[in-house]
Design a protein around this ligand. Structure first.
Ligand code: PMP
Length: 356
């Protein structure tokens, strides 16, 4: 007879992260990391921190980091919540503000696949709202649903994996027309050309914006993310954090993250480079017959009329290039390709021109 827990364990339906290969000679365009090293100031700050600090616990409230982020975004420190990667901040959000029994949370179909995973794990009722025909998120579709049945909306802007962004004014309509809903905007990729909702935070009590250092700050390995919002809303996240992981940001991560935000010139240089490469890659892919959705992120979402995306993944792998494919009910077969260095993208185009 099997133990009760062995069946239960199988009911957990976890997120499956993209491959992190041990092999170092692959061109890795599968998990939307930055192709650039972090600012040298980050390593310097981490090295400096080690002296006599590591025997001590970090600040439970990540005070130094929250103060630095507050200054950067022109918000009071109590408008900032920090965590161990934005996936963890999302967990705090789902566990606090999204567990409103008897109501649903809404997010697009398709979107970041961690959202349904958290909903299932934390027993949160959710509804998918299909994307429009052109793959954009349509705010009217959210407003058309019965307001009383819903407690919150979350989506990335730009959306993942499409890369398509909404304008701030469109999101503001949702904030204005549904003040009783929590509106969570996941801005993991916002620095690559979308309009941030951070300037709306002082105006709307129901807005929470999530950001990460994993993309435009080149620090996916450090695990730092944060939420910005009014303190009444963030209090939910703080209460969950204090019941769950009271020291989310370790001392090295806090020091490195602060240094990353201090080196504005490096951040601007590397994001500009990614954007320029994305636009060149978009043109080259279009010339090869791909449909390329208009991306404001550090990746492009593409399909080819004559080639199945899953087969393209295999073919590219034989050229030592890693990308991801998505097969979804309506969106038959798409590849998501992270923007690498110019040289990596040239190699990708060369390989694809042999394949398609
Ligand atoms: N949100 C979105 C939309 C993402 O794509 C990712 C990265 N996979 C995250 C959040 C999480 O990023 P991290 O935990 O590295 O901060």
């Amino acid at each position: 007879m099997s133990a009760y827990w062995s069946d239960f364990v199988k009911t957990l339906d976890p997120y499956v992260p993209g491959e992190q290969p041990k092999q170092t000679d692959l061109i890795k365009l599968n998990t939307n990391e930055s192709p650039f090293a972090p600012s040298p100031a980050v390593l310097e700050a981490i090295r400096h921190e080690t002296a006599d600090q590591l025997r001590l616990y970090p600040s439970p409230e990540s005070d130094r980091l929250r103060t630095a982020l507050g200054e950067y975004y022109d918000l009071p420190v109590d408008h900032v919540f920090a965590g161990n990667g934005s996936d963890e901040v999302l967990a705090h959000l789902f566990l606090s503000l999204f567990r409103h029994h008897g109501k649903q949370i809404l997010f697009p179909d398709i979107t970041y696949s961690f959202y349904p995973v958290y909903c299932r794990l934390y027993d949160i009722d959710f509804q998918n709202v299909p994307l429009a025909e052109d793959f954009s998120i349509r705010i009217q579709d959210y407003l058309a649903l019965p307001a009383d049945a819903v407690s919150a909306v979350i989506f990335p802007n730009p959306n993942a994996p499409t890369g398509m962004a909404l304008k701030r004014a469109e999101i503001e309509q949702l904030l204005i027309q549904r003040p009783q809903w929590v509106i969570a905007i996941d801005e993991a990729y916002v620095d690559f050309g979308a309009e941030s909702c951070v300037p709306l935070i002082k105006k709307y009590k129901n807005l929470v914006v999530l950001q990460t250092l994993s993309k435009a700050r080149s620090l996916a390995g450090l695990r730092v993310g944060f939420a910005l919002g009014q303190p009444e809303l963030l209090e939910g996240l703080v209460r969950v954090k204090n019941s769950f992981n009271s020291y989310p940001v370790d001392r090295l991560a806090e020091a490195g993250a602060i240094a990353a935000f201090e080196d504005q010139a490096y951040f601007e240089h590397t994001t500009r480079e990614v954007i320029a490469t994305r636009d060149e890659l978009t043109e080259a892919l279009t010339r090869l017959g791909f449909v390329v959705l208009p991306s404001k992120a550090n990746f492009v979402f593409i399909s080819h009329p004559r080639h199945d995306a899953a087969q393209l993944v295999v073919a590219l792998r034989s050229h030592a290039i890693l990308v991801r494919h998505f097969r979804l009910p309506r969106i038959a077969s798409f590849l998501r390709v992270t923007i690498g260095t110019k040289k990596q993208c040239e190699t990708l185009i060369k390989s694809l021109s042999e394949i398609v």
